[in-house]
Write a protein that binds this ligand. Sequence first.
Ligand code: SF4
Length: 157
Amino acid sequence: MGTFHGITSLVLLALAMLVGLIGVALNAPSAAVAYILVLVVAFLVICAAYCAKCPCRTDACGHLLPGLVASYLPARRQTHYHTADMALTALALAAMVFYPQYWLWQHPALLALFWLLTAGAGLQIVRRVCPSCQNPHCPMKKGTTGIRSLKADRPAD
Ligand code: SF4
């Protein structure tokens, strides 16, 4: 089940990507179509490389949508993240964020809005979503609440 901060931070990120898409489309419509493909593929890569190993994905994903998508992907063992998982996730995130930068530089207002929305989402995730997330293998958990198991956190029936 999603949380307020998990869902609104995802909405902020989606708005940032929309601003990026507009910036690209104003200069190069075909590159904008390619950006849509990049966004879809990158999102699926994150769901497969990262969320598919998360124990929250079926019923406790703070962001709701990635967990929902990941729950339809082939199940993966819930072990710590390997280098390949982290590299693919980082690459996908980088593609989503950096693809539109060349075109956004030609529209300073859109560029500022893109980074404002992205920074807002990032801050919200780090400060409000990560501390209550129950994925024990996520590196973002380090320094917050430590490693906990889902069962240990669930109240007794
Ligand atoms: S809590 Fe995070 S890692 Fe887990 S499914 Fe949701 S978005 Fe993915």
